[in-house]
Each structure stands twice: as structure tokens, then as C-alpha cells.
Design a protein around this ligand. Structure first.
Ligand code: UT7
Length: 320
């Protein structure tokens, strides 16, 4: 039986404030009808004043520790996948490590945009397999609404804030649950498709810009290819996958993938209607909700896939 890095304690946190499409109608020239039909989004959560990536990360992490039944001292690494830390430096991971009292852990952020959570799984898996770590706290958290140009209707309707987390831990004898495989990709020639510029003298935050249609096409092609690659790598087919939990960027990406590529749409878990695009948090947020609702169960095999700024993209198969 293969020894795999176990993924447990999946949790998430959403800030209390919400912003509906109807609220956005009052800010920019848009409509609930346009946003719903073009993206699938109805509402999103947004951070409050003085609420940053490390704050929402800690909320999610505390539930993860309870669910995984481990103490902060048992954690030997804290990874935060994020592009929207309060400060360029120090990392959000270092803040989280201190705030939860993980005094035996080293900590760093992963900057892989919307692919950050899967990049984090791959890094955690390597640390576990090399026996560098036993218990890794992995968090995906973003607050893109703090980097949103609220006068640009083509982007300001897309994003929400949130955090999701899990523990990646060393395998237990006789248990085949865990990370089956991961695959990471990058094509920096497409660096200008999604950007957050540094603003002048760093006095203000830069805003997100995106060439939506080009990213949409990459989303279909690259995420589909990544899923096919990890299936081939493991001699599996979509029949062996119970659920597909993708990065939640646009409902139509998966409708198109179903129509053009024939992916089993009934297995795709979508929470974009009430989460919007939460970048690196979107996969653990969707997973946590699906587990809490009883849809996804222990022992299920899930396929994860994501694509974001870089462009960087990825896929993973995890037996929960
Ligand atoms: O998380 C990283 C990965 N991100 C993604 O995967 C995002 C991928 N891209 C998308 O999801 C879509 O491209 C968007 C949702 C961003 C945009 O949808 P689209 O169907 O590609 O719209 P478009 O940019 O082609 O714009 C179509 C029309 C334009 O008007 P004209 O030029 O046809 O008159 C836009 O000005 O829709 C207009 N438009 C809007 N209208 C009402 C753009 N934004 C809005 C809006 N409300 N919010």
C-alpha cells in the first residue's frame, strides 16, 4: 500500500460582510442579470476594516487544528498561499505562526495566485515525503477586494474574500488516503494577462487588471490538460474521480469544458454563486462546504485544478 501525505482538518472562514450584485449595481454600470449569466456569481464576502489575510487565515486555521486534533506546538511548518498580504513583508505565514502559537514551525508565503493552494499541497507533500516535516498547516487566503478598482466593472464584480486551510501530515501505516499526485505548470510569457502592479512609491495598493477573454480560454485549455495529465500519471480516468473541485473563477469555464471536452459536469463542485472568485482560498472553501453538506465524504477521491496570474496552473488528485 502506497504511503501518502494525509490531508485532514479541512476548514474555511468567510468574512461577515457581503456584497451582492444588486449592491454593485449602485457602484458601477452593471446588472445582476449580466453578472449572473456571464459569471455565475450572485454575491461575495468582503473583509471589514482592518481585516487582513493573516486575520482570516487564523480564523480558518483554528478550526483546522480542532478538526485535525492537533495542537499549535505540533505544527512544524505554516504555509500561506496568498497574493494579497497586508504587507509586502513580513509574510502572512509568519504572522499566522505567531498568532496561533505555532512556536516550533517555520513559515513562508506561496505566491502562485489562484493556483496557490495546489502549489501549497505539492510543497507540503514534498516536505512530508522528505521527512522534513510531520504536520504542515496549509492555508489559502486572499482579500482581492482590497486590490480592486471599484470603477472598473470588468473586474470589480468578480472577486470575494475568504480563507481555507488544512493539515498535511505524515502517512499512517495501512492507510492509502492522502495526496495521490500533484502537477504544477507555468507560462510566464502570459504574465500580462492578470496583474497587480506596484503603485507609485508603494504609497497605495495597486489594482488588479485582467484580460478576461484570454484568461477564460487559458482556463479551459490549461485546466483540462492538467486534469488529463494527472489522470494519465496515475493510470486513472474521470470514472475513478468522485468529485472535481476547481478554482472558482467563472461557472461558464466548466460549462464550456463539459461541452467542448466532455468532462463530467455532474461531478464539478461549484460555490462561485456565493463565494465569487476568492483566488487561493476558492478550492478549500468549496471543499469545506461540500464536506460539511455531506456531499464529499471521507474516502472520496477528489480532483483539484486551478489557474491564475503568471499564468500558473495546476492539478492534484487527493483521496480524502
Ligand atoms: O482567477 C483567475 C482566473 N480568472 C478567470 O478565469 C476569469 C476568466 N474570464 C472571465 O471570467 C470573463 O472573461 C469575464 C467574466 C471577466 C468577462 O466576461 P466576458 O464574457 O469575457 O465579457 P467581455 O470582457 O468580452 O465583455 C463583453 C461586454 C463588453 O461590452 P461590449 O464591448 O460588447 O459593448 C463589456 O464592456 O460586456 C461588457 N461588460 C459588462 N457589462 C455589464 C464587462 N463587464 C461588465 C459588467 N456589467 N460588469
Amino acid at each position: 500500500m502506497k504511503k501518502r501525505s494525509v490531508v485532514c482538518g479541512i476548514s474555511s472562514f468567510l468574512p461577515e460582510n457581503t456584497l451582492t450584485n444588486f449592491d454593485l449595481e449602485k457602484i458601477v454600470d452593471t446588472s445582476d442579470e449580466w453578472i449572473t449569466t456571464r459569471t455565475g456569481i450572485k454575491t461575495r464576502h468582503v473583509v471589514g476594516d482592518s481585516q487582513y489575510v493573516h486575520d482570516i487565515s487564523v480564523k480558518s486555521a483554528q478550526t483546522t487544528l480542532e478538526r485535525a486534533q492537533i495542537t499549535p506546538e505540533m505544527i512544524d511548518c505554516v504555509l500561506v498561499a496568498t497574493t494579497t498580504s497586508e504587507k509586502r513583508c513580513p509574510s502572512s505565514a509568519a504572522r499566522v505562526q505567531d498568532m496561533i502559537g505555532a512556536k516550533n514551525a517555520f513559515a513562508f508565503d506561496i505566491q502562485a495566485a489562484c493556483s496557490g493552494f495546489i502549489y501549497g499541497l505539492a510543497i507540503a507533500d514534498s516536505f512530508i515525503k522528505s521527512e522534513t516535516c510531520k504536520n504542515i498547516l496549509l492555508i489559502g487566503a486572499d482579500t482581492l477586494t482590497l486590490f480592486t478598482d471599484w470603477t472598473d466593472r470588468s473586474t470589480c464584480i468578480l472577486f470575494g474574500d475568504g480563507a481555507g486551510s488544512c493539515i498535511v501530515r505524515a502517512p499512517t501505516e495501512g492507510d492509502d488516503r492522502g495526496i495521490v499526485t500533484t502537477k504544477l505548470y507555468s507560462d510566464g510569457s502570459k504574465h500580462d494577462l492578470i496583474t497587480i502592479e506596484n503603485s507609485e512609491k508603494n504609497c497605495f495598493r495597486g489594482y488588479m487588471t485582467m484580460r478576461g477573454q484570454a484568461v477564460f480560454k487559458c482556463g479551459i485549455e490549461n485546466m483540462y490538460q492538467a486534469m488529463v495529465d494527472v489522470l494519465e500519471q496515475t493510470n486513472m480516468t474521470f470514472d475513478d474521480i468522485d468529485w472535481i473541485v476547481p478554482h472558482q473563477a467563472n461557472k461558464r469555464i466548466f460549462d464550456s469544458m463539459h461541452k467542448i471536452k466532455g468532462i463530467p459536469i455532474e461531478k464539478v463542485i461549484l460555490t462561485i454563486d456565493h463565494h465569487a472568485n476568492t483566488s487561493s482560498a476558492s478550492i478549500p472553501l468549496a471543499l469545506d462546504e461540500a464536506i460539511n453538506s455531506g456531499k464529499v465524504r471521507q474516502g472520496d477521491t477528489v480532483m483539484l485544478t486551478a489557474l491564475g496570474a503568471g499564468i500558473v496552473w495546476s492539478a492534484a488528485i487527493v483521496k480524502l
